[in-house]
Design a protein around this ligand. Structure first.
Ligand code: PLP
Length: 283
């Protein structure tokens, strides 16, 4: 499918940006990944709101209105009609033609968006759960910004993969904050717990939806810090993200979580999540 770049729809190979783009030189930009089910964008307003707060945090303003983004994204996804897709959009600060860290006053952002067929969590991972390890969080203190600067996350996730795990759960000051590419939840004595939003984690759209669904279903939940010990002693551990959806961790650092199978509260929330998705599919 065609991509969107600075006002134009182009073949991917026709898209050209300057090597002086600050996104390329400094990772000076932000992004969003928006799922699209059966040709419908999932929680678009939430994603665009988070985009605005990421931009605000890096002293940029959204160059386009919600309606303009909507029109661009609709045109992209209509190339794969009625299918499940993953839409990526990125805004970098742009280029002034020279490499200088200081934020220039006069600069035009680089706008990029594309769509790809959805990459799903595989059935086996959803039904059987996945393995995770804990690693020290060595990222910066602005993790609430969805920055394209993802080197720490890349290395952490890669370390998890080297250990045969599919995600790294990150520990900062003795607390489990989130995964390298996902948010975390635990269940203790039937109670769903996820860390409160802070500068140490990305405010996940899936995280918010899971809390919303738990609330609607009258499932007890709280937003509070999760110590490393509480993580180790959890009855259930889940990961959430737009591409993982809700996934159970059944093995942490080689130890079984609960009885080593996705737990009963997981099954409930995963069903509610699928039901919510299916509602959207039917429009
Ligand atoms: N935390 C991190 C570090 C992420 O990279 C992601 C998503 O990729 C998430 C959490 C989950 O966010 P969302 O549910 O909006 O996809």
């Amino acid at each position: 499918p065609d991509i969107y770049l600075n006002g134009q729809f182009l073949r991917p190979e026709e898209g050209k940006i300057s090597v002086m783009d600050r996104g390329f030189l400094f990772g000076d930009g932000v992004y969003e990944v928006i799922p699209c089910y059966a040709g419908r964008l999932f929680r678009l307003e939430h994603h665009l709101q988070r985009l605005d707060s990421s931009l605000h945090a890096i002293h940029m303003t959204n160059p386009l209105s919600t309606a303009e983004w909507q029109a661009i994204l609709q045109r992209l996804i209509q190339q794969l009609p009625g299918t499940d897709q993953s839409v990526y959009l990125q805004i970098t600060r742009g280029s002034t033609g020279k490499r200088d860290h200081a934020i220039p006053k006069e600069i035009q952002p680089t706008l990029f968006a594309m769509t790809q067929p959805a990459i799903y969590p595989d059935e086996a991972s959803l039904t059987n759960g996945v393995k995770a390890i804990t690693l020290q969080d060595n990222r910066w203190h602005r993790c609430n910004i969805k920055a394209i600067t993802l080197l720490a996350n890349v290395l952490l996730r890669s370390e998890a993969m080297d250990h045969g795990a599919s995600e790294a759960i990150l520990i900062r000051d003795g607390q489990a904050v989130e995964g390298a590419t996902s948010n975390i939840f635990i269940v203790k004595k039937q109670r769903i717990i996820t860390p409160p939003k802070s500068e140490h984690l990305l405010p996940g759209i899936t995280r918010d939806l899971v809390l919303e669904l738990a609330g609607q279903q009258g499932m007890p939940f709280e937003e509070s810090a999760i110590s490393e010990q509480a993580l180790n002693e959890a009855d259930e551990i889940w990961l959430t993200s737009s591409s993982k959806e809700v996934m159970a961790v059944v093995e942490l650092n080689g130890q079984r979580v609960g009885n080593g199978k996705p737990g009963p509260i997981y099954s409930q929330i995963a069903n509610h999540y699928q039901a919510y998705k299916n509602l959207l599919r039917k429009g």
